[in-house]
Design a protein around this ligand. Structure first.
Ligand code: ZN
Length: 200
């Protein structure tokens, strides 16, 4: 079964989600939510899904970046994004610390802003302290695309969407992104859009 993914404008996407209690984490309803969110993320498909995106304002997100999603991308693209497969996992009540603040800019999309993408700057490396689905503490150190996914999903738990962080002039439909921008280097895109050069 697949849940409905709510779209921008839905109030739940702008709320600060609440922590789950240890009892709630292991409850049947949260276990079921995790299973349904996993199915919903894979069906979309997407590499992450936060509970507010299915209308539940609690601090829980699922993440998975499968090798098959990366099959259509050139090795240079994967290398530039530092993108590698990430196994399915759950983060609950996460705390994020930036470990490598080097800004990295790429096009990013969101299942709740369906059909669009834009350039978004993210920190290159982060550490996330969270609980897993059993309520056990986990510490995740991530770099590159995985670090981007974590920042994007944890933003959702704080009521933030990528459109709050995007380079507004780069905002594009997914189709136009494929047609005009996807194959170009970010520096080239910035120039074509009349944006100032970025260093680093
Ligand atoms: Zn999103």
């Amino acid at each position: 079964m697949v849940l409905k993914i709510v779209q921008a404008g839905e109030p739940v996407l702008r709320r600060h989600a609440r922590d789950l209690t240890p009892e709630e984490i292991v409850s049947p309803s949260v276990r079921q939510l995790i299973v349904l969110m996993c199915d919903t993320m894979r069906d979309a498909p997407g590499v992450g899904l936060a509970a507010p995106q299915v209308g539940v304002d609690v601090r829980l997100a699922v993440i998975e970046d499968r090798a098959e999603y990366q099959a259509g991308l050139a090795p240079e693209e994967l290398a530039a994004r530092e993108r590698k497969p990430v196994d399915f996992h759950v983060i609950i009540n996460p705390r994020l610390v930036v470990e490598d603040p080097t800004p990295v800019e790429f096009y990013e999309g969101c299942l709740s802003v369906s059909g669009f993408s834009a350039l978004v700057r993210r920190a290159r490396g982060v550490r996330v302290e969270a609980l897993d689905e059993k309520g056990q503490p986990v510490s995740i150190s991530a770099r590159g695309w995985y670090a981007r996914i974590l920042q994007h999903e944890i933003d959702h738990l704080d009521g933030t969407l990528y459109v709050d962080r995007m380079e507004t002039r780069s905002f594009s439909t997914a189709e136009n992104h494929r047609r005009h921008w996807a194959s170009r280097q970010v520096a080239e895109v910035r120039q074509a859009l009349g944006l100032p050069e970025r260093q680093g």
